[in-house]
Design a protein around this ligand. Structure first.
Ligand SMILES: Nc1ncnc2c1ncn2[C@@H]1O[C@H](COP(=O)(O)OP(=O)(O)OP(=O)(O)O)[C@@H](O)[C@H]1O
Ligand SMILES: [Mg+2]
Length: 332
């Protein structure tokens, strides 16, 4: 892909946390591309390194203890890895925005939500207080906050969880960033509210043609939103594919397992292919393929050697010695 089409180009990101007991390799050399105006999902179970990846991109990891190494970290072709902390801080909230899982900690509890959004417009767009408030009301209206004008005078604790998350979305889009990273933006919400908030996020992303990195452990969340999906396991990317291909014919047994835990409407028998056990402790990763102790297709080779990430076609890569659904081969 032409580099000018990429909003984010990440190459060989490694994050380790040294500790008295040993070294935690949280992220082991991952590559990630996000095209302009597209939504990319990073999916995997708890502890596989999703948040550490996003915090490393935003330069929000405390170092020490974290040791972060990266070959390329380009935002709209601009190399960020040598940016000073001050320059990075300037970038965050203007060019790079983040939507966190917990709105209650992301919002200032002693300031009205209107004032918090006004400040973004005043700071970034140099608007007067009055102009900023008009923009704030428009933004709240756009993300579906009812009676936006009067709600702007509410404090965060006076709003429901769903409304607070909508406020965070309004804030993330307020300065029209180039890239928004949303880390589990709806997991704290009820299922029905989750769907509404995701729809708002998806509509906003498409309307404003912003690039979005959506992080979740739940594949059903990305089914309607993502263009491309990266599946992460124990610090490594194990599969990358277009959404449609990944849902129709997953190549990695881990992806198949994640999909198996999503109930299908067509599945009247309610078959679930559950993945046994859980992600290995990051200090005691197994030999060979990290997934092999949980894999029903494993062979001796899988126990001994880590498979490389191999390109299967234009938009698909898989890290497996026996990939599934490969035309003319594989272990099906
Ligand atoms: N500050 C830290 N010090 C030591 N280890 C850490 C630190 N932060 C994260 N880790 C470890 O790095 C690994 C990846 O953590 P991360 O938070 O990225 O997982 P995740 O995929 O976001 O999981 P979840 O779905 O639960 O949010 C975990 O094993 C975690 O224990
Ligand atoms: Mg996380």
């Amino acid at each position: 892909m032409n580099e000018s089409e990429l909003m984010l180009k990440l190459r060989n990101l490694k994050v380790i946390f040294p500790s008295g007991q040993g070294i935690i390799k949280a992220v082991e050399g991952i590559n990630l591309d996000i095209e302009k105006g597209k939504c990319v999902a990073l999916v995997g179970e708890s502890g596989c390194g999703k948040s550490v990846t996003s915090l490393a991109i935003m330069r929000l990891l405390n170092s020490p203890p974290a040791i972060v190494k990266v070959d390329e970290l380009k935002l709209d072709q601009e190399e960020l890895k040598d940016y000073s902390d001050g320059k990075m801080q300037e970038l965050r909230g203007r060019t790079l925005s983040m939507i966190f899982q917990d709105a209650m900690t992301a919002l200032n509890p002693v300031m009205t939500i209107g004032k918090q959004i006004d400040e973004i417009y005043i700071r970034h767009n140099h608007l007067s207080k009055k102009e900023a408030r008009a923009e704030t009301i428009r933004a709240l209206d756009l993300v579906g906050v009812p009676e936006a004008k009067s709600r702007a005078n509410s404090f965060p604790h006076q709003l429901s969880g769903g409304l607070r998350q909508r406020v965070l979305i309004a804030m993330a889009f307020a300065c029209m960033p180039k890239l928004i990273i949303a880390d589990e933006p709806t997991t704290a919400l009820d299922v029905t509210i989750q769907a509404q908030v995701l729809n708002v996020l998806s509509d906003m992303q498409k309307k404003h043609q912003v690039s979005l990195l959506l992080i979740t452990h739940d594949l059903s969340v990305v089914a309607n939103m993502a263009d491309t999906i990266y599946v992460m396991y124990s610090g490594k990317i194990v599969e990358k594919a277009d959404k449609r291909d990944l849902f129709l014919s997953p190549h990695h047994p881990y992806t198949e397992g994640l999909l198996g835990s999503v109930p299908k409407l067509s599945d009247t028998q309610h078959h679930f292919v559950q993945i046994p056990d859980s992600v290995p402790h990051p200090m005691f990763k197994p030999t060979g393929c990290y997934f092999h102790p949980r894999c029903r297709y494993k062979t001796k080779k899988c126990e001994e050697r880590m498979p490389p990430l191999v390109k299967i076609d234009e938009n698909c890569e898989v890290r497996c010695w026996h990939p599934l659904h490969i035309k003319g081969g594989g272990s099906q």
